[in-house]
Design a binder for this molecule. Structure first.
Ligand SMILES: N[C@@H](CCC(=O)N[C@@H](CS)C(=O)NCC(=O)O)C(=O)O
Length: 199
């Protein structure tokens, strides 16, 4: 019985490394680089999409970072609330971040931080920023209630959403103090810091 996580921490695999560390799981880590995972013949046999992350849990293979995180939390019975309504909220926030924010966020972060300066395009960053404001205002409202997305403590919803939009704490920080404070608290968690040190 063993869990293997495929993908370097410098990719969406970080989300899964963070979750597995939060849950205290033992795992093997194959830090495949995102630049070449689609052309890695051995990896394509495991994940035919060739994207990272993927996991193999005693031979059960799963791709899609956020789905992997929901599976791991549910299986461990941690960061996964017992009430079906709260579980539905975890799914709601997970789907929300990937459908309402991830694309614009990725464009904004790429053209603000990730790409080499010579490749950054301010117009693309600005149009992505305009798309992000509505969803981030929605997030600010949600976090103003208890400081967490579901119930009154950190859950898989917080991990999934924060892991997609980590740099948002630098975006118009003073306009959305609850979002900024929440991301800071998520990133201060020991498991986040430990996962950040992985290759
Ligand atoms: N929606 C997928 C996206 C996976 C994805 O695109 N991963 C990137 C790395 S962050 C990748 O594999 N890039 C290599 C490529 O597309 O060739 C997930 O969240 O797991």
């Amino acid at each position: 019985m063993s869990l293997t996580i495929f993908g370097t921490s410098r990719s969406r695999a970080f989300r899964v490394l963070w979750m597995a560390t939060e849950l205290g799981l033992e795992f093997e880590h194959e830090p495949l680089p995102w630049q070449s995972c689609r052309n890695d013949a051995r990896y394509l046999l495991i994940n035919p999409s060739g994207t990272i992350p993927a996991i193999s849990d005693s031979g059960f293979v799963l791709a899609e970072s956020l789905a992997i995180n929901l599976y791991l939390a549910q299986k461990a019975g941690m960061l996964w609330p017992p009430d079906p309504k709260d579980q539905a909220k975890v799914l709601q926030w997970t789907l929300w971040v990937t459908t309402s924010l991830e694309s614009a966020y990725t464009q904004w972060a790429s053209h603000t931080y990730w790409l080499p300066e010579s490749a950054r395009d301010a117009a693309q960053a600005n149009s992505a920023a305009a798309e992000m404001r509505g969803p981030l205002d929605r997030l600010e409202l949600a976090l103003s209630e208890s400081g967490w997305l579901v119930g009154t403590s950190f859950s898989a919803a917080d991990l999934n959403v924060a892991s997609v939009i980590g740099f948002v704490s630098r975006f118009e920080r003073e306009k959305r103090p609850h979002v900024a404070d929440w991301i800071d608290r998520c990133k201060a968690r020991p498991a986040y810091r430990k996962a950040s040190t992985l290759p």
